[in-house]
Design a protein around this ligand. Sequence first.
Ligand code: URA
Length: 252
Amino acid sequence: MYTDQELIDILSRLSSWLSLQRQLGVEAIARGHGVDTFLRSSGDRVSIKGSKMVEKQREGLGTPDGLKEVLDLLGDCKRCELYIERHHIIFGEGPEDARLLLLGEAPGREEDLQGRPFVGASGELLNKMLAAIDISREEVYITNIVKCRPPHNRTPRPEEISMCRPFLEHQLRIIDPPLILALGRVAAQSLLNTSSSLRSLRGRLHKLGNTRVVVTYHPSYLLRQRGDRQKELKREAWYDLQLLEREYSKYR
Ligand code: URA
């Protein structure tokens, strides 16, 4: 038996899934594995790479040649419920040929209002982190796993991540950065298609095709810590940044 809340959750996920199928031009659906998988996905698992749903949506989007075309495909996106409360879609910013891409989780309040990624308090810290290793914000491409702000800055849901995934994949294919810095657990797990802890993902280079990935704490997480704990985590983040700097020096 399901609780009322579980039923609401299932119906809301089913409704997002059906609306995606409609956008893809699907007019009839035979009940099967895809629906079951979709309904079962829940909690904080974000490993959606390769799912049938993402494959299908990606196919439906064709193969855009430039970021502008990806933006056009995204349009006034209503593929998930995040459009309801957003002010702006925060697609990303930076040079199309950037050698380093920074990947966050989702826009926050300030980003939603200004229409740019990482412009709030976490953006300020991010700029300082970059400056500490002589990287300017202008030379990197910055984007997020999810392009619209989740209400109250909650963690994006698996179905929201999965709706945005094809657009991120197009961005990555077009920019083709040799190096990515994943900021925080959601960005790292989603990008690397793993449920491993952030702690276990930090401190080493990951391979994603021809791209290397460095994982570190999200600036907002660092800002939320206090006292010795904050110092300790900032010290760990500094090791990650040094790893990033060493690797980036090969591609600049
Ligand atoms: N946090 C993120 O993950 N991304 C932003 O753009 C801002 C805050």
